[in-house]
Design a protein around this ligand. Structure first.
Ligand code: RTP
Ligand code: MG
Length: 140
């Protein structure tokens, strides 16, 4: 299995509850390595750009409002099978459906305020990493 990189984000509901360390530790304990990390309070426009793929969805406004309501931590995680592994550790989008022991089961407030984001495929991972990080910020 090749070494992959994925984009991960700790959302405002989680930073507000001081969960940055606890969430990062769950990724590290699973063998993922943090190769870039910074705290960002995104603007409404940055949120709309990042989530442009969802712009026709009914939750788009609410999502962009929430994502720009407080600081997030944006990260690049590296490891074997990183994209699938990250999503497994996050759990299902809706915490009511998330498996025991996953981040969303443990910490998410709701389907919208669900504590973390993770890329869903190699192409989106590359795009999302490029959206938030320049090459010099990625330190293997
Ligand atoms: P993510 O992109 O954040 O990793 O989560 P995901 O793939 O599990 O979920 P996705 O369908 O891509 O939706 C992106 C984010 O939009 C919010 N959402 N709200 N109110 C709603 O029904 C609803 N549905 C989705 C969530 O914050 C979700 O993570
Ligand atoms: Mg998604």
């Amino acid at each position: 299995m090749a070494i992959e990189r994925t984009f991960s984000m700790i959302k405002p509901d989680a930073t507000a509850r001081n969960l940055t360390g606890a969430i990062t530790k769950m990724f590290e304990d699973a063998g993922l390595r943090v190769v870039a990390s910074k705290r960002v309070w995104m603007s409404r426009r940055q949120a709309e750009g990042f989530y442009a793929v969802h712009k026709e969805r009914p939750f788009f406004d609410e999502l962009c409002e929430f994502m720009s309501s407080g600081p997030t931590v944006v990260q690049v995680l590296e490891g074997e099978n990183a994209i699938a592994k990250n999503r497994e550790i996050m759990g299902a989008t809706n915490p009511a459906d998330a498996a025991e022991g996953t981040i969303r089961k443990l910490y998410a407030n709701s389907i919208g305020e669900n504590s973390v984001h993770g890329s869903d495929a190699p192409e989106t991972a590359a795009e999302e990493i490029r959206y938030w990080f320049s090459d010099v910020e990625l330190v293997g």
